[in-house]
Design a protein around this ligand. Structure first.
Ligand SMILES: Cc1cc2nc3c(=O)[nH]c(=O)nc-3n(C[C@H](O)[C@H](O)[C@H](O)COP(=O)(O)O)c2cc1C
Length: 375
């Protein structure tokens, strides 16, 4: 499955095309719209989220609610477009440090930073969340599910020994996707403080895939490794500055005997491990354990107070653009993380079990799992 997205942040609509999506998958549009709603939520998001109520309109590739195997195309209208379409503004020339403004303006020889803002905006991730929702629907038909939670925002977060223990309902009921009410309250205070100070916050989150069979991805070539594609996908989310798999950053501090997940076997349980420090991936392949990805997001570049910058043409000292903006978007980023992980896993599943039709893919996967269980 490959895809392209297009669209300006305040243009008429976002557009997406997905190619090589298997046929025979029931597409429940309410599941996709729910994912879009999850991306929009989160304490600390800006006023734009009160305007947009994202919904997709499928143009092609789905007939009578079933995927046909032809390219899927869809649009998501920007409700805010009506407020922008007749808007005339002076060229914007005061780039925001940390955003695409400075380099984009120079690279594309533009006349206003507006054209950079419109495409580099994380509004694009609504289209990617949609594509991720298609991937999740496909994976769910194979028993693979994806979850996430926010681990920290600013300096406040869950401890390093925190275990989620499948408490994902706590996550879904939290305004900031933090599964601990005490930490949640402290973080919301911190976001309020950042708002008062005219500044912004980043943070970190985890994304978990359950039910992935062992053996997707490969050690045979650098560009066929599951972990390398996952890292690429997470780094493509705006503002993500670090990605880790399993114990990731911590792994360098652990000894071999402590870090590596020892292998056990019992007749009715099959092969199993007692730990999952590797985050479900060894040598570029899934090993049958949960896949656990961690990502860190930098603070949002647009701040109410503004940052020191210069006018690109006059070179005069300036304050950076104060476009309407989020204060913290880590909860949304965790949903986008779910989407990109779903897309990568869906691709590797298709590579191993087939591209064309869901039943064919299910049969191939079941055969492979039978072989695995009977080794
Ligand atoms: C869900 C989400 C929402 C974001 N909202 C904003 C925002 O309101 N204002 C802003 O300046 N940056 C926002 N960002 C971050 C920028 O898009 C990002 O920092 C910018 O594109 C530069 O890319 P880089 O940080 O990956 O280098 C958001 C990112 C995500 C994932």
């Amino acid at each position: 499955m490959r895809f392209l997205t297009s669209g300006r942040s305040h243009g008429k609509a976002l557009v997406g095309i997905i190619d090589n999506y298997p046929s025979g998958i029931k597409i429940d549009i309410s599941i996709i719209n729910k994912e879009l709603g999850r991306r929009q939520k989160g304490y600390g998001r800006g006023g734009r989220m009160d305007i947009e109520k994202d919904k997709i309109d499928i143009i092609a590739g789905v007939n009578n609610d079933i995927s046909t195997g032809s390219p899927i195309s869809f649009i998501i209208e920007n409700k805010d477009w009506k407020n922008w379409k007749y808007r005339k503004e002076e060229p914007i020339l005061n780039p925001r440090p940390g955003h695409a403004d400075f380099t984009g303006f120079i690279k594309y020889r533009l006349e206003s930073i507006r054209d950079v803002i419109e495409r580099s905006s994380a509004r694009e991730t609504a289209a990617r969340t949609t594509i991720g929702a298609f991937a999740k629907i496909f994976l769910s038909a194979l028993g693979i599910k994806i979850y996430s939670y926010v681990k920290s925002i600013g300096n406040i977060g869950l401890g390093n020994d925190f275990k989620i223990n499948n408490n994902y309902n706590l996550v879904e009921n939290s305004d900031i996707r933090v599964p601990d009410p005490y930490i949640e309250t402290k973080i919301i205070e911190e976001i309020k403080k950042a708002k008062e100070e005219g500044t912004t916050l980043g943070g970190s989150f985890k994304v978990i895939a359950k039910g992935v069979p062992p053996g997707i991805g490969s050690y045979a070539q650098w560009d066929r490794k599951l972990d390398s594609k996952i890292a690429e996908a997470f780094m493509s989310i705006p503002a993500i500055k670090a990605v880790e798999i399993g114990e990731g950053f911590n792994s360098g501090k652990m000894k071999g005997a402590e870090f590596h997940d020892e292998i056990f076997y019992e007749k009715n349980k099959g092969f199993y491990r007692k730990t999952n420090n590797a985050g479900g991936i060894e040598a570029g392949m899934s090993n049958g354990q949960d896949i656990i990805i961690g990502a860190t997001m930098k603070p949002i570049p647009t701040t109410r107070k503004g940052l020191k910058t210069v006018n690109i043409l006059s070179k005069e000292k300036e304050v950076s653009l104060k476009e309407r903006s989020d204060i913290c978007a880590v909860p949304s980023a965790s949903i986008i993380g779910e989407a990109v992980l779903a897309i990568v896993i869906a691709n590797f599943i298709q590579e191993k079990f087939g591209n064309d039709n869901l039943v064919e893919i299910q049969e191939n996967m079941e055969n492979y799992l039978k072989y695995y269980r009977n080794i």
